[in-house]
Design a protein around this ligand. Structure first.
Ligand code: ADE
Length: 259
């Protein structure tokens, strides 16, 4: 997969040389190219922003600079253009999976109040353009959001994770545990500072371990993500799940959290 990133702070992307993503780049699974937006600014100060029409605080990134940058980086090709912004569609595991299937992504990192909206309008005629938010909070710019997205997407590429099964086990991954967050995990030693590893995990009984893990996933989902637990498809719950949810005084379906 080819990934282009345009930003006024290319230094932000040093972590993409490390760990899983760094190794994927060395192996050639990922071809990451980071570009300095100011290279496409022509005045002496290499200006990339200006005051907003209509007034208001902050600055807006200039369309001409972005247009030249995107034209040159894309050439005759057609990457999918991702623009991180708090006003975008939510970045989810499902979107990460969809983007992991693309051959080429181009991330355009805005700073200040964002990029002149005509840039997105212009490229929508030619490319698939998604404005994407990584969460309901405001960052100072899109760079950190791109790091988050590249890591989430990159680890889904074939051969990037050592153990192919770990992707299937993820919270939010499709499958039986879909829409449940993962439960707690343990390693050796079996007793640490008086805290035991749950004995079922040492039992070697795969069926019981799977059941325990599902129970813990349900408990955590109810405790930490009640909105996800409410949205569980009742058809995906077995008798044991229903009994556990009852024990937790939790009813599946809209607006129930029994007290
Ligand atoms: N840029 C600033 N805040 C952001 C957010 N929450 N998600 C994506 N990009 C952003």
């Amino acid at each position: 997969m080819r990934l282009d990133i345009i930003s006024i702070f290319p230094e932000y992307f040093a972590p993409l040389g490390v760990s899983l993503i760094g190794k994927a780049r060395e192996r050639g699974t990922l071809d990451v190219r980071v570009h300095q937006l100011r290279e496409w600014a022509h005045d002496v100060h290499r200006t990339v922003d200006d005051t907003p029409y209509g007034g208001g605080p902050g600055m807006v990134m200039k369309p001409e600079v972005w247009g030249e940058a995107i034209d040159e980086v894309t050439g005759d090709g057609a990457p999918r253009l991702i623009v991180p912004t708090p006003s975008g569609r939510p970045f989810t595991q499902e979107l990460a999976q969809e983007l992991a299937e693309e051959p080429w992504l181009l991330f355009a990192c805005g700073r200040y109040e964002g990029i002149d909206s005509r840039v997105m309008t212009e490229y929508r005629a030619r490319l698939r353009v998604d404005e994407v938010s990584i969460g309901d909070y405001v960052l100072a710019g899109g760079e950190v959001a791109v790091l988050v997205m590249v890591e989430a997407i990159g680890r889904l590429l074939p051969g990037v994770l050592g153990n192919a099964c770990s992707v299937a086990d993820d919270s939010f991954a499709p499958g039986a545990m879909r829409n449940l967050v993962e439960g707690p995990v343990f390693t050796k030693p079996p007793l640490w500072r008086g805290h035991e590893v749950p004995p079922v995990l040492l039992s070697g009984h795969h069926g019981k371990v799977a059941r325990w893990r599902r129970d813990e996933a349900l408990r955590r989902t109810v405790a930490n993500r009640p909105e996800l637990a409410s949205a569980l498809d009742p058809g995906s719950l077995d008798k044991h799940d229903r009994r556990l949810l009852e024990e937790l005084s939790f009813r599946v379906g809209p607006e129930h959290m029994a007290d």
